[in-house]
Design a protein around this ligand. Structure first.
Ligand code: SAM
Ligand code: SF4
Length: 340
């Protein structure tokens, strides 16, 4: 086993721009139990039928292929990944593959009160929990069906289960939660959590993309607001060049504060990731529409070797750069349909 592990670890995959690609985000579903205003509409939603979602078996084949060609980090996302009935099984399957160095999940946390311990036992390492505000009245205006007490209970369940280090995703949205960033940042004075403030990205051609443009707040404004209230943020040297977050600490804080700024400070040069959509497409970049179909290959009898070839091609074709600052965004898919 050790020899096999060593052989697995020696593979490195580079794209045409010399970027080392080793991180696969797997979307388990496009369904969600929330309707955040910048992500999902409340009407005219057409979710994928179950038969179009990759099965646990198919996801495992893709994950094995990914490890074989050089991927080491995996994140489960969606839609809301905890809505998959077989989510614990999927975690177990991926965590058991030799060569998987990290397995995490991005979730709105609501189902973690039921699932956190089982996910941990199955091999999930850590979670990013999405909470946009600690204000119980304002939060539902932005995360619509979200209720603070439920999200908070999920966060606590994750901490108790040891799904750590915990990160919190906060999408800063002008007029909804931009005032609340100070309270969010204050959490890091009491908890060893990473609170990350994310700039809105316009994705897809629906109304949510316009919300993202109209309610955009640059990270520098969020940072200035936090520093005015809580004092200077001290930069933390970046040990991982592919970490898209610029990280800081308040004096004496056990937790960290991060800024993810895809619009005002794009990080394409150090991007190390590829995405697998819930309906089985390799989505080459969050901010481009290019995709390669892996489900068709799987369902027409192609096995792991076929997937390896498609994945290697996907990496070779991965684009760089985007035009968000000029207001140009993707057309085909919204965030929940790609996997954030
Ligand atoms: N449902 C889970 C959740 O909300 O965390 C996982 C999927 S969601 C698409 C993944 C992350 O994308 C969220 O945590 C949120 O921070 C981020 N997100 C969603 N829409 C966004 C947008 N338009 N711009 C920037 N970030 C967005
Ligand atoms: Fe659901 Fe996550 Fe999108 Fe909010 S951001 S609607 S929780 S998929």
């Amino acid at each position: 086993m050790l020899e096999a592990q060593r052989a697995v670890q020696s593979v490195n995959l580079y794209d045409q721009f010399g970027r080392h690609i080793n991180y696969l985000r797997i979307s388990l579903t496009d369904h969600c139990n929330l309707r955040c205003v910048y992500c999902m509409p409340t009407q005219d939603l057409a979710f994928l039928p179950n038969q179009d979602l990759l099965t646990a078996d198919e996801i495992e084949v893709v994950a094995r292929a990914a490890v074989k060609v050089g991927f080491r980090k995996f994140r489960l996302t969606g839609g809301e990944p905890t809505l998959r009935r077989d989510v614990v099984d999927i975690v177990h399957r991926i965590a058991s593959i030799p060569g998987v160095a990290d397995l995490s999940m991005t979730t709105n946390g609501i189902r973690l009160t039921d699932l956190a311990a089982d996910l941990k036992a199955a091999g999930l390492r850590r979670v990013n929990v999405h909470i946009d505000s600690l204000n119980g009245e304002r939060l539902p205006q932005l995360m619509r069906w979200g209720r603070l007490e439920k999200l908070w209970a999920g966060l606590e369940a994750a901490a108790s289960a040891g799904l750590t280090p915990i990160k919190i995703n906060c999408v800063v949205t002008k007029g909804y939660n931009d005032e609340d960033v100070v309270d969010m940042a204050r959490l890091t004075l009491a908890h060893p959590w990473g609170v990350r403030f994310i700039e809105l990205m316009p994705l897809g051609s629906g109304a949510e993309a316009q919300v993202a443009v109209d309610h955009f707040v640059p990270s520098r404004d969020t940072q200035a607001r936090i520093e005015a209230a809580l004092g200077e943020l001290m930069p933390i040297p970046n040990r991982d060049p592919s970490d898209e977050s610029r990280n800081y600490r308040l004096a004496g804080a056990p937790g960290t504060i991060g800024f993810i700024s895809p619009v005002s400070a794009p990080y394409c040069d150090t991007c190390n990731r590829m995405r697998l959509t819930a309906d089985g497409k390799f989505h080459l970049c969050l901010l481009h529409d290019d995709e390669l179909d892996v489900k068709a290959a799987l369902r027409s009898g192609g096995g792991q070797t076929a997937v390896e070839a498609i994945l290697a091609r996907a990496v070779a074709l991965k684009p760089t750069g985007h035009a968000l600052r000029r207001g140009i965004h993707t057309e085909d898919r919204r965030m929940y349909q790609i996997g954030g």
